[in-house]
Design a protein around this ligand. Structure first.
Ligand code: COA
Ligand code: AMP
Length: 634
């Protein structure tokens, strides 16, 4: 296997022969307060910990060291077509802003180990707040702006933040979305109340502040600046948590993925050069949101750690103002590599199939397009390749791992692309395909995708204060392996193919959502007897949820009325990001004779795929009813 000039095989083999030696070498890319002498301690934590005796600070590595050596280079370029702003923030300026906001947090009583929730739109202040936490050893937990108050409240109750940092509004294309009512609603719902909130007032909306609890960002920053206080980076254990990021689990209760400081920096620094092939001084753009793992790793931490300029884009691929928006940003800022979700390209392709807007721009700096977050369908990959004339690299990873599990390491010399496959495992990941009993299956046979333990640096050591749930969720099903909950196969060249999740998670426009969580919301409606939510194929978003509900006997509302209420309920309880627009009342749900809901068959019917009558079905007529009703409603 391997492209003619790719160093991949040698590098992967070197890791496999001596994992500790490999990562000890990569750790040299980081400035340590005390360099680690232990690379991996198998006795520490749930399954071992990386760099256990190392002392370091992520903010120092991402900001301060570059402020000293490349002060005038842009660290962040904030490009916001929705506000008409382009702002260049140099490493020196970023250090000043971050250190000042660190003082603000300290003034509010935040110290090492305290949690700070960041509920922000895509503005530089979101990254500044994250880095300020990193500077003083506070643990940030960024919550995506598209989540509703109840979701935010669940996260508040899980991590008990001392302070919440938010903004008066987010801007979603043409819509201005006030954040403060959502924040106030969440704090009302939560049992754990923050001591203080810092609100960035944006010109579009002036949020009202709760006296004694809420503070104006600008006022606090001005005060800290006047006092000239800029705390230094606090020395932290490599194993201290940098952040907690909640992601959908198989219930309504999200999982708090913990990220450490040392291993995270080492893994991300390796990935920037070797996987993405981008060098210090160049420009990298991850068109995602700081609320997702892609935003954490590749808008904020990885590029900055490597001295690379990062684009922070507050806009959409289409409509802000047109489907040429991405080309404009790449051209204007000299972007070397773009990382986004396939859904963004499907959106562009839908509006501008002939890529006429691309003709308006020259993209000489642009070398590679990276896609992740959901399946990269070959149509989209080939279209992007054709119009851009650069390699389109699919890669596969998860919030849990924090960086790529399987990809095509452009920095080591690109391997041949096979559309439909994210290519090969990165060093650190020993990926296997197993059957239900945990036995490895031969090439091309489908199975569960697992990773031999231990996980590499950068991957989660545990879930926030839930070692047992971590073990139960990821390590118990296949002892000795991390279960990814994805299914797939490896071909004869060692290329991996991801075929879908084995649990109830669906991917809606690259956003990870739990259908189980949506079912919990639907079941809470007083008129609903039972329900099932499935992910239905969608040409733009990849998948969208579709809920089937059975109403309680004696409900005397019209079904359409209840359906409307259910759509509104999911939006209210989970958020608009769930894109739950289709609730369908049916007389009963298709079940096996033992009572298991036949979600798989319902999904096939909804997708218009071939399906066969399950032998174990209790009541065959209901599938015909579902097929009929879907014909009218899709
Ligand atoms: N704050 C508040 N609301 C938000 C939000 C935020 N940060 N992000 C999304 N929403 C809302 C949207 O406005 C939309 O609301 P609506 O139902 O009133 O229209 C809803 O949540 C669904 O959002 P989204 O799934 O993003 O759909 P969309 O139709 O607005 O846009 C795309 C579709 C493809 C253009 C968009 O998903 C996109 O740009 N994706 C690119 C890549 C990406 O972000 N990937 C994520 C992980 S890498
Ligand atoms: P998230 O944690 O939000 O990054 O979602 C992770 C899940 O998204 C994975 O478990 C996969 O199901 C899916 N996913 C991510 N990247 C890819 C990819 N390149 N191809 C197919 N599925 C992907």
């Amino acid at each position: 296997m391997g492209g003619q000039s790719s160093r991949y095989s040698d590098v992967y083999a070197a890791w496999k022969a001596d994992p500790a030696g490999f990562w000890a070498e990569q750790a040299k890319a980081i400035d340590w307060v005390t360099p680690p002498t232990i690379t991996f301690d198998p006795e520490a934590g749930v399954y071992g910990r990386w760099f256990t005796d190392g002392v370091c600070n992520t903010c120092h590595n991402a900001v301060d060291r570059h402020a000293a050596t490349r002060p005038d280079q842009a660290a962040i370029i904030y490009d916001s077509p929705v506000t008409g702003t382009v702002q260049r923030i140099t490493f020196a300026e970023l250090k000043d802003e971050v250190a000042t906001f660190a003082a603000v947090l300290q003034d509010l009583g935040v110290t090492k180990g305290d949690r700070v929730i960041v509920y922000m739109p895509m503005v530089p202040e979101a990254a500044i707040a994250m880095l300020a936490c990193a500077r003083i050893g506070a643990i940030h937990s960024v919550v995506f702006g598209g989540f509703a108050a109840k979701e935010l409240a669940t996260r508040i109750d899980d991590c008990h933040p001392k302070v919440i940092v938010s903004a008066s509004c987010g801007i979603e294309g043409a819509k201005v979305i006030p954040y403060k009512p959502l924040l106030d609603g969440a704090i009302d719902l939560a049992m754990a109340k923050p001591e203080a909130c810092v609100i960035l007032q944006r010109t579009q909306v002036e949020a009202s502040l709760v006296p004694g609890r809420d503070h104006d960002w600008a006022g606090l920053v001005a005060r800290a600046r006047a006092a000239g206080r800029q705390p230094d980076c606090v020395p932290l254990a490599a194993t201290d948590p940098l952040y907690v990021l909640y992601t959908s689990g198989t219930t309504g209760k999200p999982k708090g993925v913990v990220r450490d400081n040392g291993g995270h920096m080492v893994a991300l620094a390796w990935s920037m050069t070797n996987l993405y092939g981008v060098k210090p001084g160049e420009v990298f753009w991850a068109a995602s949101d700081v609320g997702w793992v892609v935003g954490h790793s590749y808008i904020v931490y990885a590029p900055l750690l490597a001295g690379i300029t990062s684009i922070l884009y507050e806009g959409k691929p289409v409509g802000t103002p047109d489907p040429g928006a991405y080309w404009r940003v790449i051209a204007q800022h000299g972007v070397a590599a773009l990382f986004t979700a396939p859904t963004a390209f499907r959106a562009i392709k839908k509006e501008d199939p002939e890529a006429k807007h691309l003709a308006r721009y020259q993209l000489p700096s642009f070398r590679t397009l990276f896609l992740a977050g959901e399946r990269a369908d070959p149509d989209t990959v080939l279209w992007a390749e054709k119009i851009l004339g650069v390699p389109v690299i699919d890669h596969w990873w998860q919030t849990e791992t924090g960086w790529c599990i399987v990809g095509n390491p452009v920095g080591l010399g690109q391997l041949p692309v096979k559309p439909g496959s994210p290519t090969v495992p990165m060093p650190g990941y020993d990926v296997r395909i197993v059957d239900e009993a945990g036995h490895e299956v031969p090439a091309k046979a489908m199975g569960s995708i697992v990773v031999k333990m231990p996980l590499p640096p950068g991957s989660l050591p545990t879930l926030w204060q839930q070692d047992e749930r971590f073990h139960e969720s990821y390590l118990s099903q296949f002892p000795g392996y991390y279960s990814t909950s994805d299914a797939g196969f490896v071909d004869e060249d060692g290329y991996l193919y991801i075929m879908g999740r084995t649990d109830d998670i669906i991917n809606v426009a690259g956003h990870r959502l739990s259908t189980g969580g949506m079912e919990e919301v639907l079941s809470s409606h007083p008129d609903v007897a039972e329900c099932a939510v499935i992910g239905m194929a969608d040409s733009l978003k990849g998948e969208v949820p579709c809920g089937f509900v059975v109403l309680k006997a004696g409900v005397n509302k019209r079904p359409e009325e209840v359906e409307k209420e259910l759509v509104a309920l999911v939006r209210d309880k989970i958020g608009p990001v769930a894109a739950f627009k289709l609730a369908i009342t049916v007389s009963r749900l298709p079940k096996t004779r033992s009572g298991k809901i036949l979600r798989g068959t319902m999904k096939k019917i909804a997708d218009g795929a071939e399906w066969s009558m399950p032998a174990t079905i209790d009541d065959p007529a209901i599938l015909a009813e579902i097929e009929e009703v879907l014909k009218d409603r899709r």
